[in-house]
Design a protein around this ligand. Structure first.
Ligand code: DGL
Length: 286
């Protein structure tokens, strides 16, 4: 049964969803959070919808025993490829994603002028899905939307490269310059890994381009959903806990997670992909 201490589940392919965790911890400090980073199977962005949906199904099946009050798919790729299917498969769970809040934020940041040029960078799968175009035009039908895949970026982040690393600078310049040349006014970071390089991205695109990271909007969206469902009242309770799960038991996660969260983490719980697979294949799943 869901209680005030029931956790919010946040999941991603690896470290990226921690940008959303950080925003939720600021917006809803007393909430307990379970974070799942599928570190053995990152990146999701080069995989098919069927594969990504199966990974997300396994993770949610595993974490549903904790009776979450809400599940955030803090991965643009998984949101774009799987959110609808997963919401239908788990009708008893409240589940949201990151594409809609990011698209809405981009439309809002684009101001009142006519036909804004909105750029979106994301994984190959996110861009190919057309999910951002579909969402942005709901709010700004007149927008010119330029979507550009940046397939190397999530893996570069997972490697822990800093933003003064020549390879990071080169990759970002290569990816972003064509968008700047085409007059982009608003740029959506359509992958939860990318805000780690936000400062560098802002320097490359220039200060006249509004850079949108959907994490804050996503956290506000979660707050709105929880309030509407009567799952939170005020937020005056003590600070909630954060517990992490990973599918690859490597020291890298805890070390790099500090960059995303500005805090020390307890060692994550290791869940093997075999265990996840067996669980979701059982007749008790869902
Ligand atoms: N952080 C993810 C996203 O928002 C996934 C990146 C990946 O695994 O390719 O798309």
């Amino acid at each position: 049964m869901i209680s005030s201490g029931s956790p919010i589940v946040v999941l991603d392919s690896g470290l990226g969803g921690l940008t959303v965790v950080r925003a939720i911890r600021i917006t809803l400090p007393s909430q307990n959070i379970l974070y799942f980073g599928d570190t053995a199977r990152v990146p999701y962005g080069s995989k098919s919808a069927a594969t990504v949906t199966s990974f997300v199904r396994q993770i949610i099946t595993y974490l549903s025993t904790y009776e979450p009050k809400h599940v955030v798919i803090a991965c643009n790729t998984a949101t774009a490829l799987s959110l609808k299917t997963i919401q239908e498969e788990f009708p008893h769970l409240s589940i949201s994603g990151v594409v809609e809040p990011g698209a809405k934020a981009a439309a809002e940041a684009s101001g009142a002028g006519a036909a804004p040029v909105i750029g979106v960078i994301g994984t190959e799968a996110t861009i190919r899905s057309g999910a951002y175009e579909r969402e942005i035009i709901k709010y700004r039908p007149d927008a010119r939307i330029l979507c550009h895949p940046t397939p190397l970026l999530a893996s570069i982040v997972e490697e822990g490269r800093e933003d003064n690393d020549p390879l990071v600078i080169l990759a970002l310049e290569q990816y972003l310059k064509p968008l700047v040349q085409r007059g982009v006014q608003t740029l959506v970071l359509g992958c939860t890994h990318y805000p780690v390089y936000r400062g560098l991205i802002e320097r490359i695109v220039g200060e006249e381009v509004a850079v949108i990271d959907s994490a804050d909007k996503c956290a506000q969206d979660v707050r709105r959903i929880l309030l509407a469902d009567g799952k939170i009242a005020g937020d005056d309770k003590p600070k909630g806990f954060l517990k992490c799960f990973v599918t690859d038991d490597s020291p890298r996660f805890a070390r790099l997670a500090r960059r995303f969260l500005d805090m020390e983490l307890d060692a994550p719980v290791w869940v093997s992909p075999d265990e996840l697979h067996a669980l979701s294949a059982s007749p008790l799943a869902n």
